[in-house]
Design a protein. Structure first.
Lengths: 611, 339, 232
């Protein structure tokens, strides 16, 4: 983003917050309603980071909303704590701490199981608050008497009371919350969260500790919830027990969906719509209790038709009006033209290796006695396999040879039943995919595993971030521009896979051949010493195959690669040495010519028909 | 407003109201020394007086609740197993069954008609829901499916609130089962006994349908491999619709059968939904035997914990779910496949 | 008119282009083989015919009716039946239930006894659950499921893969009987010997393109074709 447009969103937010008290009353908003909207908006920022950016749908945020609120309220009422702001912060920390423990359990599962677990969490917290801890929480009466914040500045005391006075305090809190959230979302962690939402397995495979990042998102969401809960108590001068209810979580989810998931401001807009309609439907249209029915129906309609909520709908409308001509479907010809450009920069456009491995010689990978057994089925038996630095090795074999199982063992996607794997002299048997990638061994997939909602550049950035920052770093506030070498490495990878012409295109708009190149690019961007390619030519037209073989040859210079493919012609053109597997064992190894002439290999494929 | 102590479907103990209570009760007392042990250190000894009648009564309550949960969860689990959709409106369907039955009862005065009406109405709602809305969500991410069923659940609850108001409605137990039965050492409401029987029958019917009929065969095959079922000439989309209807009907039937035990309010399904989730996680997704086993376990956990401290019932349930998740991630009787 | 005419078939997995303008025809009572290496597109072809994969373009005309793009159950009812490469037996059903299920929507059925005559092994195991069967028995059951529907044409996807030679021999024998009785079969295989024992005509597919068509008997005299497209 160009520097001068950098803080545009923050400025607009500040402007909006400043201007709101002068405009909103004319639209029918009471100050108390606006204050509530801000509290829900703040609550939702954290939730949006968790769900919108990281893809984890939690119905249990009320647990942390209530925890933060009640800790703060308890401190301020029964414990006689003097400072409101500090109490709010303590409440927030309490909520975050609790969420860390809860997250360790809840995040063991994803998707639907995770959602179910969060529902249960919400209920449990409610019941605990109601019964065992009712001495602290006031049970069904809640905690009354929460004071308004006041700040002693030495020369003056700022006292906030009801209505627009309190608005100033809340607006500042919201603004700070948004600024922090924007910072987080723009940071490397934010990019990784988006990648996790799109394709968690690939994020893991390129070297990120996704569990750690998910837990971080969970705790961040809880922190926002906890602080917002405390604010609710201040706003109402009373901490209500229904902060803990499942309805609260549900309301948050619905508001965020209505406003727009993944926009950070969605919850604010959703809360405004919700609270405004609640007032409007009840008073003006005299619908009484039916307001929730209307809102529920609106929610269902939005989820069905307007997937990205109101903000998403507005964005789409803007796109439609501002850029009426949709770019044409990328044609094969267009994508192939990338190949004719900048062909000479091959050797120069190599990704710098942090590992000196490829300057070395001798074996880079040594598998010995590698076997894999599934119950009674032996997929691989006793494979000894060595690849030297700088080699371009091909692996072939007829059906049932166990090639993909073997490949998966090399990348440590599956553990071998017996045997050992040495990578650059280091024993990697039994390690995780993430660790092995960090050590310099990674794979590109037969079926594209890309981050489909992100652009080409963003895809590669996520991969490079793993390379430059290691598998987990909580640099939530770091500006990605400040990471040395990030831009350059992304640029070089773009050049290497001939995608420098379309870096800011979304993956879903790419042609198949381009996606395939990005697939290889993702693996390359982690600057591996050893690159495994699983059927890189899958699904390609004859022309695309030719070009991809050229590309692979250029990538192969100065790198060690192992390729599996069924396109014999292409593979034999690429590989320097070929290993033939049959029925889970190594049959023979040699140069392409030796393999072609080997009668045992022909027999393996043709089943002894030729006499 | 919900009050925590009486989760709508935890049956209450009535032993204390029996006429000949005094000498009966005093005959059976047991003193349990409960050693509260944590981290290998004894924290103290608590003496809990457990009345045998009390205990048996609660075990029985647990059975009743467990059977109810087993039936409702079976419905949820076959929907999820076959369609891959987690129906967050399932609790609302339980509620709708109760209200539909209530309406039928006020018009006909017959409990049997009420049960039939309740079940069939919810089955219809389920079928319509699948046809009109859910069908379009099969290709969408799981989260979208959760959101839309969640929204529909809210719509159903609010519709009920609109039509019937927030005050509770009563469906009286059928005259055949009204009153109290003497079990020798204690007295127990007759209808509560009957509920266990009725639901046991319903579960058996569901079992028979699943394991002894053609449609059941198709459903079981569909849970395993719906693509292959389609390739064998059976229209899977129709199967999905039927499964949704059956699953919904299970919840609706439970709703009306349970109505005489508690009072009907629009929010009655919320608690049930949460408990159902826990049951499905414990029992294993897509497994009918798992739902039954999980239901009974959950029912007993809630009931027995309530004996000591009602507030902890949910905590214990959640703890049990956590243990299962850690030790057997796919549930006690579940299989890998669905996530 | 051929029983099955396929023309201009293009199939994708997502946007991965697997089949390029595939064309073939199958006459009544023929056994036609589709040969090719792994990943060449053999399975995808059968799946496209059966509607398990929806082809993007092309025609699949069975007995005069174009079925391309139709749902699988419609194609099954039209008389085409797939025996998939991983068999896909319903483990939670018994052997007999598997067969009965398959026959539920068939218009002209094979009676159960006829199936059991053909595969006596299955009769012995009629109440075993699908998961208890050996590989060979599962394959027999998969074929039985197709047969019970009395299909016009059976698509066999690598039926002999992963089975012991003695079982393969038995299965080849069973298929031979079927062919002799007039059953039209499309056989996808990598096992050349079994293929040549059954098929009268064959196609070879390579990288998603049909590259050869000819009588099965002649292929042995063309080792260079075999080596090029099936060997290395």
């Amino acid at each position: 983003m160009p520097k001068r447009r950098r803080y545009l969103i923050e400025m607009f937010t500040a402007a909006g917050l400043i201007v709101a008290p002068f405009i909103l009353p004319h639209l029918g908003f009471a100050p108390n309603t606006v204050n509530r909207i801000l509290v829900w908006g703040l609550f939702g920022i954290g939730f949006d980071i968790l769900f919108g950016y990281c893809g984890l749908l939690s119905f249990g945020q009320s647990a942390f909303f209530g925890t933060g609120g009640f800790v703060a309220a308890y401190l301020l009422t029964r414990a006689g704590f003097p400072n409101v702001l500090l109490a709010l912060v303590i409440g927030m920390i309490a909520a975050a701490a609790v969420s860390y423990l809860v997250g360790l359990v809840a995040l063991r599962r994803t998707g639907i199981y995770f959602a179910m677990i969060t529902v249960a969490i919400a209920e449990v917290f409610f019941f605990v608050e109601f019964n065992p801890l009712s001495a602290f929480t006031g049970g069904e009466n809640g905690l009354p008497g929460v004071p308004m914040p006041s700040f002693n500045l030495g020369f003056a005391t700022l006292r906030f009371s009801d209505g627009w006075s309190l608005y100033q305090f809340l607006a500042v809190c919201y603004f700070i919350g948004i600024v922090i959230a924007l910072r987080i979302v723009r940071s490397p962690v934010g990019a990784i969260l988006s990648a996790i939402r799109d394709n968690p397995l690939r994020a893991q495979a390129i070297g990120h500790n996704i569990h750690g990042y998910k837990l971080a998102a969970f705790v961040i969401a809880a922190a926002y919830a906890g602080f917002a809960g405390g604010l609710l108590g201040v706003l109402q001068a009373f901490m209500p027990p229904d902060a803990f209810t499942f309805e609260t979580s549900g309301q948050l989810v619905m508001q965020t969906a209505i406003g727009g998931i993944g926009t950070l401001f969605g919850p604010l807009l959703g809360a405004a719509v919700w609270l405004f309609l609640q007032d409007f439907l009840q008073s003006a249209l005299n619908l009484g209790a039916a307001w929730k029915l209307v809102l529920g129906t609106v929610f269902v309609l939005l989820v069905t038709f307007l997937r990205r909520g109101l903000i998403g709908g507005l964005k789409d409308l803007y796109e439609l009006v501002a850029h009426p001509k949709k770019p044409a479907e990328p044609t094969e010809a267009a994508s192939l033209s990338d190949f004719s450009a900048a062909a000479g920069s091959d050797a120069a456009a190599m990704v710098p290796h942090k590992r000196a491995a490829d300057r070395g010689s001798g074996p880079i990978l040594q598998a010995s006695g590698l076997s894999k057994q599934y119950g009674g089925l032996r997929a691989n038996s006793d494979i000894n396999f060595t690849v030297n630095h700088g080699e371009l090795r091909g692996i072939i074999g007829p059906n049932g040879a166990g090639k993909s199982t073997f490949f998966k063992m090399l990348t440590c996607e599956i553990p071998p039943t017996s045997g050992k794997i040495l990578f650059e002299g280091r024993d990697i048997t039994g390690k995780s995919v993430t660790d092995v990638c960090q050590l310099g061994l990674t794979k590109s997939y037969q079926v594209n595993q890309l981050f489909t909602e992100l652009t080409v550049r963003q895809n590669l950035t996520v991969a490079v971030l793993a390379d430059l920052r290691g598998k987990f770093r909580l640099d939530l506030f770091r500006d990605p521009e400040s990471i040395p070498g990030l831009k350059e490495q992304v640029e070089q990878t773009l050049q290497l896979v001939r995608l420098a012409g379309r870096p800011d295109t979304k993956v879903s708009d790419l042609a198949y051949g381009e996606k395939r190149r990005l697939e290889i690019g993702l693996a390359l961007a982690t600057s591996p010493s050893l690159l495994l390619l699983d059927e890189p030519l899958a699904g390609m037209s004859p022309q695309e195959r030719q070009e991809t073989v050229k590309l692979l040859k250029s990538i192969g210079q100065g790198r060690t690669m192992i390729v599996i493919d069924h396109d014999m012609d292409a593979l034999f053109e690429l590989a320097e040495r070929v290993t033939v597997l049959q029925e889970g064992r190594v049959l023979v190894e040699g140069t392409p010519d030796e393999i072609k002439a080997n009668p045992a290999v022909q027999e393996a494929y043709l089943g002894g028909v030729l006499e | 407003m919900r009050s925590a102590a009486s989760s709508a479907t935890i049956p209450e103990i009535d032993a204390t109201q029996a006429p000949r209570a005094d000498h009966c009760r005093q005959r059976r007392f047991a003193y349990f020394h409960i050693n509260v042990i944590a981290k290998g250190r004894r924290f103290g000894r608590h003496i809990v007086m457990v009345n045998w009648a009390n205990f048996v009564s609660q075990v029985f309550n647990g059975l009743a609740l467990g059977a109810l949960l087993a039936l409702i969860s079976s419905g949820l689990t076959i929907i999820y197993g076959t369609l891959g959709v987690l129906n967050l409106a399932h609790g609302a369907m339980f509620m709708l069954g109760g209200y539909a039955g209530y309406v039928a009862y006020t018009y006909t005065g017959s409990f049997i008609v009420a049960v039939a009406a309740g079940s069939l109405f919810v089955a219809l709602v389920g079928i319509l829901m699948e046809r009109i809305i859910i069908r379009h969500f099969y290709d969408r991410p799981h989260e979208d499916q959760l959101l839309v069923t969640f929204g529909l659940g809210i719509v159903f609850v609010e519709l009920a609130r609109l039509v019937f108001g927030s005050q509770s409605q009563i469906v009286p137990a059928p005259p055949l089962f009204a009153g109290i039965t003497s079990l020798g050492f204690m007295f127990y409401p007759t209808y509560r006994l009957a509920v266990v029987g009725i639901i046991a029958v319903a579960l058996t019917v569901l079992f028979v349908v699943l394991y002894r009929t053609r449609i059941g065969m198709i459903v079981r095959a569909g849970i395993e491999d719906s693509v292959m079922v389609d390739a064998l000439g059976i229209n899977v989309y129709r199967v999905f619709m039927i499964v949704f209807g059956i699953g919904a009907m299970a919840a609706g039937f439970a709703g009306i059968v349970n109505a005489p035990v508690v009072s009907l309010t629009p929010g009655i399904g919320d608690d049930i939904l949460v408990q159902t989730f826990v049951v499905v996680v414990i029992g294993g997704v897509g497994s009918f035997p798992g739902a039954v086993l999980g239901g009974l376990i959950a029912g007993e956990i809630i009931s027995i914990t309530s004996m000591f401290n009602p507030g902890y019932a949910y905590v214990m349930l959640f703890a049990a779910m956590t243990v299962v998740l850690v030790v057997r991630p796919y549930g006690l009787l579940g299989t890998k496949g669905r996530e | 008119m051929s029983l099955l005419e396929v023309s201009g078939l293009n199939a994708y997995y997502g946007d991965s282009h697997i089949l390029f303008d595939v064309a073939m025809r199958v006459e009544r009572h023929e056994v036609v083989a589709l040969l090719g290496r792994n990943g060449a597109g053999k399975s995808t072809t059968l799946k496209s015919l059966m509607g398990v994969v929806t082809p993007k373009t092309g025609k699949v005309v069975l007995d005069g009716i174009d079925l391309a793009g139709a749902k699988s159950h419609v194609i099954a009812r039209a008389g085409m039946q797939l025996v998939p490469e991983d068999r896909r037996i319903f483990g939670s059903l018994s052997v007999e239930e598997n067969i009965i299920l398959a026959g539920l929507t068939a218009s002209g059925k094979w009676p159960l006894e006829r199936i059991y005559d053909m595969f006596p092994r299955l009769k012995e195991r009629r109440s075993s659950s699908g998961t208890d069967l050996s590989g060979g028995e599962q394959q027999m059951l998969a074929i039985a499921r197709a047969l019970v529907r009395d299909p016009k044409i059976i698509l066999l996807d690598e039926p002999f893969e992963g089975l012991a030679p003695v079982i393969v021999r038995d299965l080849v024998h069973a298929c031979r009987e079927l062919a002799a009785a007039g059953q039209t079969i499309v056989l996808v295989e990598q096992n050349l010997a079994a293929t040549l024992a059954l098929a009268s005509r064959l196609y070879i597919i390579n990288n998603g393109h049909i590259v050869h068509e000819g009588p099965a008997g002649e292929i042995k005299a063309q080792p260079e074709i075999l080596q090029r497209y099936l060997g290395v």
